[in-house]
Design a protein around this ligand. Structure first.
Ligand code: HEM
Ligand SMILES: N[C@@H](CC(=O)c1ccccc1NC=O)C(=O)O
Length: 282
């Protein structure tokens, strides 16, 4: 028998109705001229392009994480859990991409990085306003962090608004209360910009949900989606810390922190603490 699809060296376009001139092109729709004109290495070192692109790609993924996580919070507020699950699943998949990106970055050796590190001045991921917004949105509130953005009122004001608004977890607790669980008033009405303090009553509510998943299936599913996000966030933090240790050792960070030791301390942060502590009591 002859092969109905023999290999070709080029695609046959003869029978296609290609729109060679378009009313709206791919590049126009995606704003590619702007997007691809944002890579400006400050040195002539080959690896600086990798450094720029990995950060820009990460910021784009963070943009989508924020879009999805804000959307999920809104749906949970309205008791529309199914669309929220879809968005939270998407956030978890994006986080997997962000974690995978470290494998690309780590092809850069200490010598490669030190060849252009001085060009970075005092700039640092510490100043990533999207990363900070994501931390605030998930519930890690730290008012001092917005001070790095004083010079840019649009970022400062937006971060301050997210700092002062209920986090995704605060909204989840309001949902538990609306479903009849006894959530203390201290966790339903408070200064939302203050760091979250874990509560035994909140843990008891999660315990009731985990002990009777048949009755509380959607809240159980919600809890597990949140655990996925926290787990992935921590994996990202750990990979960042180890990559930094591998590339700059124990040098101070360009942002002014101790460097790796600061990133190790950040590993103690935990979103949704009762969702973790409840596991010991189940
Ligand atoms: C060679 C690669 C990298 C090195 C050496 C590095 C180093 C550091 C250091 C030392 C800090 C602590 C703050 C400071 O004093 O500067 C930091 C913070 C941070 N970096 Fe990186 N980083 C690298 C790549 C990345 C990448 C690819 C991202 C992705 C966006 C990123 C995002 C962040 C964020 C968000 C923080 C703030 C973390 C927090 O405050 O908890 N970094 N980085
Ligand atoms: N903090 C890094 C510099 C750094 O990584 C960085 C600098 C500019 C833009 C993004 C960065 N990435 C993450 O912190 C360092 O101390 O080498």
């Amino acid at each position: 028998m002859t092969d109905p699809r023999p290999p070709r060296s080029s695609v046959d376009l003869d029978n296609e109705a290609i729109h060679w001139d378009q009313d709206l092109s791919y590049g126009q729709y995606l704003g590619l001229e702007t997007l691809l004109d944002c890579q400006h290495p400050r040195s002539d070192q080959h690896d600086e392009m990798l450094f720029i692109v990995i950060h820009q790609a990460s910021e784009l993924w963070m943009k989508l994480c924020l879009h999805e996580a804000h959307g999920a919070a809104e749906h949970i507020h309205r008791d529309h859990l199914r669309p929220a699950f879809k968005m939270l699943t998407r956030v978890a998949r994006i986080q997997e991409q962000l974690i995978k990106a470290w494998e690309v970055l780590v092809t850069m050796t200490p010598a490669d990085y030190s060849s252009f590190r001085d060009e970075l001045g005092q700039s640092s991921g510490f100043q990533s306003y999207q990363y900070r917004e994501l931390e605030f949105l998930l519930g890690n509130k730290n008012a001092r962090m917005i001070e790095a953005h004083r010079a840019r009122p649009e970022h400062y004001d937006h971060l301050k608004a997210v700092l002062q608004a209920p986090s995704l977890y605060d909204i989840v607790l309001q949902r538990l209360a609306a479903r009849g669980f006894e959530i203390p008033t201290s966790h339903l009405e408070r200064d939302w910009s203050a760091p979250y303090v874990a509560s035994p009553e909140v843990e008891a509510a999660w315990a009731a949900i985990y002990r009777d998943t048949t009755t509380h299936w959607d809240l159980y599913e919600l809890a597990e989606k949140l655990v996925d996000l926290e787990y992935n966030f921590q994996k990202w933090r750990f990979s960042h810390m180890k990559t930094v240790e591998r590339i700059i050792g124990y040098r101070r960070g360009t942002g002014g922190t101790a460097g790796v030791n600061y990133l190790v301390k950040a590993l103690d942060l935990q979103f949704f603490p009762e969702l973790w502590s409840v596991r010991t009591s189940l």
